[in-house]
Design a protein around this ligand. Structure first.
Ligand SMILES: Nc1nc2c(ncn2[C@@H]2O[C@H](COP(=O)(O)OP(=O)(O)OP(=O)(O)O)[C@@H](O)[C@H]2O)c(=O)[nH]1
Ligand SMILES: [Mg+2]
Length: 258
């Protein structure tokens, strides 16, 4: 389904208590889009933060007419927030980015070029391909992230950083798909079940957050394992998708055509 839109791109920022980052992030996205002639909507999806996140966004809305906020009161969670934002987005091309500057906003035009001109269905900002890197992360966090990425590659081998929250999609690839948004890895859910034909990675430099508090907790690991099982089931046991097969084909092609 193609909906004509007044925006070129919707940039979704999921937030929970991000009063220390939200204004700077909105301004950074707006300025990079302006500089690259991308007519963007910025959609903040806030899980009813107890701090001043909503007030700051509402204040900024007075001067930025393309800024919107969606406040969620139920079913809290990062993946669910991204899903609700994607459905509500004013454009069929959607970019997701964390609020804490772990993801560099100045890469947005590269994602947009891959969606619009190179016609990719999904683009993942990757820490684990040549040119990508992680800065200032504790060793324990690096090991957890690398382990999770490796596990992800058992199902989707041609993508090295399936857990990245910095990704862009054509919205049509999740229409009529039974996604189960849970945990922190919405991109992995889309890679595992979405109707993409072309999914690729671009390198990013990922930085640990400098302001505000992390919402990462150990329950996220259990959520990930459940999600992994659900993607396996969706592809192999009760098949409604052939993404695992598709990704392995692309992977073998990449390895043996070199
Ligand atoms: N709407 C919504 N946003 C969330 C929720 N949890 C986290 N976020 C946002 O999602 C993004 C990523 O969350 P982070 O807390 O940075 O998680 P992380 O990147 O794994 O961990 P750190 O960088 O160590 O803090 C940030 O923009 C958060 O504000 C949630 O339950 N609902
Ligand atoms: Mg973060």
């Amino acid at each position: 389904m193609q909906i004509s839109s007044k925006y070129d791109l919707t940039v979704i920022i999921p937030t929970y208590n991000e009063e220390n980052n939200i204004e700077e992030m909105i301004r950074a996205i707006d300025s990079v889009c302006k500089a690259n002639e991308i007519n963007e909507e910025i959609l903040v999806v806030d899980d009813n933060s107890g701090d001043n996140t909503q007030q700051i966004v509402n204040e900024l809305k007075n001067s930025l007419s393309h800024l919107n906020i969606m406040v969620r009161y139920e079913n809290h969670g990062l993946s669910q927030s991204l899903y609700d934002g994607i459905i509500r987005a004013g454009s069929d091309l959607v970019q997701c980015i964390d609020c804490d500057f772990s993801h560099p906003p100045d890469k947005i035009p590269v994602f947009y070029d891959y969606l619009k001109n190179k016609r990719y269905d999904m683009i993942i900002g990757s820490r684990y391909i040549p040119g990508g890197e992680v800065q200032n992360w504790a060793m324990s966090r690096r090991i957890l992230s690398a382990g999770a990425a490796l596990l992800g590659r058992v199902l989707i081998p041609h993508i090295r950083d399936s857990g990245s929250g910095f990704f862009a999609i054509r919205r049509e690839i999740i229409e009529e798909v039974q996604l189960k948004p849970r945990g922190f890895r919405m991109g992995f859910e889309i890679l595992g079940k979405g109707r993409w034909e072309t999914a690729t990675e671009i390198p990013i430099t990922f930085k640990d957050r400098e302001a505000g508090q992390s919402k990462m907790h150990l329950g996220i690991i259990t959520e990930y394992l459940k999600q992994w099982g659900s993607i396996f089931y969706y592809n192999a046991v009760s098949p409604r998708s052939d993404n695992i097969k598709k990704s392995w084909k692309i992977f073998f092609h990449q390895v043996f055509s070199q």
